[in-house]
Design a binder for this molecule. Structure first.
Ligand code: ADP
Ligand code: MG
Length: 247
């Protein structure tokens, strides 16, 4: 797949505060199209805040974030453009409980994209097949397992045809036997050339899929390295300490 020279995500000297708490400190990161990044780090290190800044669920206070050539500023029209390009999957699925699986997937296609219902349903069924649950289309989220719900959430994001997918601990709320089915879908997606940033503690997945690992601690990026180096020869003492706890 051809890759454009410009990074699809550019973050330069980015800082964020919550009141007087300095949550992100001088973040610098360029991601090229098609790259798969896994972000690891202790709880509270700023991982969620960082990826939420990338689709402007949180606003940064200093520095620059440029997504596919669009700089994130107060300009709401541009933020809408960016949100269309960036899909996000959360730990707790965030499906609408009163809508069927199919309706969850077609909602934005119909109401944001203005797609006709039949076409929206066809599109949604395509993605439900891709995450291997087309037979659940008429059920409600509460009738599905956690793993199935998370796969619906992934299908729903993919319906919008994003250029970038952000995952924030997508398997952390799942029972162990359901983690694999979600990771398999994410691995498929990685193989399709999607640009992905994944916050996860699943280090097996990270080794298999990541082009680069990022380790964060106390609001800073401490280390960025390919997984071979990251897992076998981490440079920072903080990365070593973290890895010794989780592997
Ligand atoms: P992680 O995802 O790595 O666990 P977060 O990005 O969720 O970390 O949080 C980083 C720090 O910022 C934590 O100390 C958290 O309590 C704090 N924090 C997160 N969101 C808010 C908020 N909306 N207001 C104030 N503090 C917050
Ligand atoms: Mg988090």
């Amino acid at each position: 797949m051809p890759q454009s020279a410009d990074p699809i995500i550019q973050i330069e000297n980015m800082h964020k505060w919550f009141e007087d708490f300095h949550v992100l400190r001088d973040i610098n990161l360029n991601v090229t199209e098609g790259e798969r990044i896994v972000i690891a780090g202790p709880s509270g290190s700023g991982k969620s805040t960082l990826i939420r800044c990338i689709n402007r669920l949180e606003a940064h206070d200093q520095g620059r974030i440029v997504i596919d050539g669009i700089e994130l500023t107060e300009n709401l029209k541009r933020i809408d453009e960016v949100r269309r390009e960036v899909g996000m999957v959360f730990q707790d699925f965030n499906l609408f409980p009163h809508m069927s699986v199919l309706e969850n997937c077609t909602l934005a296609l119909i109401h944001v994209r203005g797609m006709a219902q039949a076409e929206a349903e066809e599109t949604a069924m395509g993605y439900l097949e891709r995450v291997r649950i087309p037979e659940q289309a008429d059920k409600f989220p509460g009738q599905l397992s956690g793993g199935q719900q998370q796969r619906v959430a992934i299908a729903r994001s993919l319906c919008m045809n994003p250029k970038i997918m952000l995952f924030d601990e997508p398997t952390s709320a799942l029972d162990p036997e359901m983690i694999r089915e979600v990771l398999d879908v994410m691995t498929d997606l990685a193989g399709s050339g999607m640009t992905m940033l994944c916050v996860t503690h699943e280090m097996g997945f990270a080794r298999e899929v990541a082009d680069r690992m990022i380790f964060m601690d106390e609001g800073e990026i401490i280390e960025i390295a390919p997984p071979e180096t990251f897992f076998t020869n981490p440079q920072s003492e903080r990365t070593k300490a973290f890895l010794s706890q989780i592997i």
